[in-house]
Design a binder for this molecule. Structure first.
Ligand code: TRP
Length: 430
């Protein structure tokens, strides 16, 4: 079965809370453990600029969200885990997509329309306080997804329209320039209920009703104690419907445990006692990850290194793909052949990097020419990431990387540095 690519991002605009954990982080980490999928997870920091103009908050949020993902079990070796702004191909692709998407599609985007409706109702200019960034946001999101040709994008219901727009962009581009993009599908996590917050409304930064994912045990206890309940006394039966406390419990407890609390509600458990049950159950899941989180947060250099390594993996895909797209639209080396003949031939006649694993357990790659001759052979690496990083370096700096990396690479007999340089240029479309 072909491997499917899953991709999802979290905007770095605040401190991750239990709602983010239940709705997005936990299912994403679980999905990444499957062998059948290749996962891309990223910190959407370009997106954060739309909502947040406090630089320190964006930096802090990026650190906290990255640490949360890692502390909850995301293995950066198994997935491509990166920060959006480390991949400059994404804003470049945003422009390409901007030029194939109808403006009217963006006019109809829910978030933009809601802002306009609010302005109209208040008698303001329809676009008052609406940045062009807010208007363009679905295109940036489309570029996030199409850059890696993701098949599946797990999102909440509120994001489905954006995935449809990404399909639209993929199809418009493919129609004009040939098949380059996969049209993505949204995967709606319906079984993952939106978690209520302290006041019973959806847990969200904008309502200021959140429980931080990595609150201390003491803070967690205090916050859970402050969840709204009704005024029924101990001994009076209580209802699970509409109980925020019950819903939060359900997101952590097994079916049996949930049934247990349901019965306790009916039997008139005191609110204080119910809150304690909920607190202990959540803490049981979070406590083991808290230490890992603290140690990560206090070591930003480690997270920075993990993100840069992830960006190298991402760019090993994005850089050559962007080269292909630049060529497709006509942003080309003036000496390259023009016209449809190139477009037709280009798919078949391109050099390629091939990555593989040998019996010795090490990871290798080789560069083959367009006519399938071996040009370059790497030595063995202990991880696929190291191999990917070197490929990415070659893609970015061309033959100049050969001299500094000569210990890792072997040119085939009769192949010169210049041949390699030309092959890399063809590959990246420079
Ligand atoms: N817009 C998403 C949100 O607010 C975050 C996001 C940005 C995203 N780019 C993405 C999600 C690409 C999935 C795919 O939740």
């Amino acid at each position: 079965m072909a491997i499917e690519r899953f991709l999802t991002g979290i905007t770095t605009s605040g401190t991750p809370h239990l709602g983010n954990y239940v709705g997005s982080i936990r299912p994403a980490v679980r999905a990444s453990l499957s062998q059948q999928v290749q996962s891309f997870y990223f910190l959407a920091d370009y997106h954060a600029l739309i909502k947040v103009d406090e630089p320190a908050r964006i930096q802090r949020s990026t650190l906290e969200i990255a640490a949360s993902w890692l502390a909850t079990g995301l293995d950066p070796e198994r997935v491509v885990f990166y920060r959006q702004s480390d991949v400059p191909e994404i804003p470049e692709l945003t422009w390409f997509l901007t030029c194939v998407l109808g403006k009217g599609v963006l006019n109809r985007a829910h978030a933009y329309k809601a802002a306009v409706d609010k302005n109209n109702a208040a008698g303001n200019d329809p676009d008052a306080e609406v940045s062009a960034g807010l208007f363009m946001y679905p295109v940036l999101m489309g570029a996030d997804i199409l850059m890696f040709n993701a098949h599946k994008v797990p999102v909440g219901r509120d994001q489905v329209q954006h995935i449809e727009m990404a399909r639209d962009m993929a199809n418009s581009f493919n129609y004009r320039y040939g098949e380059h993009f996969v049209a993505p599908d949204a995967v709606i996590e319906d079984n993952v209920a939106t978690l209520p917050g302290l006041d019973g409304r959806k847990m969200s930064k904008s309502y200021d009703n959140t429980i931080p994912l990595f609150a201390t045990r003491e803070q967690l206890q205090k916050l859970i104690a402050s969840i709204v309940t009704d005024s029924r006394a101990p001994g009076e039966p209580k209802e699970v419907e509409g109980s925020a406390l019950f819903q939060i419990y359900q997101a952590f407890a097994s079916a049996d445990e949930t049934q247990g609390l349901r019965l306790a509600y009916a039997a008139g458990i005191a609110w204080g006692e119910a809150k304690n049950v909920v607190f202990e159950r959540i803490d049981q899941e979070i406590a083991p990850m808290r230490a890992a989180y603290q140690s990560l947060i206090s070591n930003p250099a480690k997270i920075e290194a993990i993100l840069l390594a992830g960006a190298a993996k991402a760019r090993a895909i994005a850089t050559p793909f962007m080269g292909q797209l630049r060529h497709a639209v006509g942003l080309r080396n003036l000496c390259s052949e023009d016209g449809s003949s190139v477009a037709k031939a280009s798919k078949a006649a391109k050099p390629v990097f091939k990555q593989y694993r040998e019996k010795d357990g090490q990871f290798y790659f080789k560069l083959l020419s367009a006519d399938n001759r071996l040009l370059l052979q790497s030595k063995g690496f202990t991880t696929p990431r190291e191999a990917g990083q070197l490929i990415s370096l070659l893609n970015q700096t061309g033959a100049t990387a050969l001299a500094s990396q000569s210990e890792q690479l072997q040119l085939s007999a009769g192949v010169s540095e210049r041949d390699i340089g030309e092959a890399l240029e063809q590959l990246t479309g420079q």
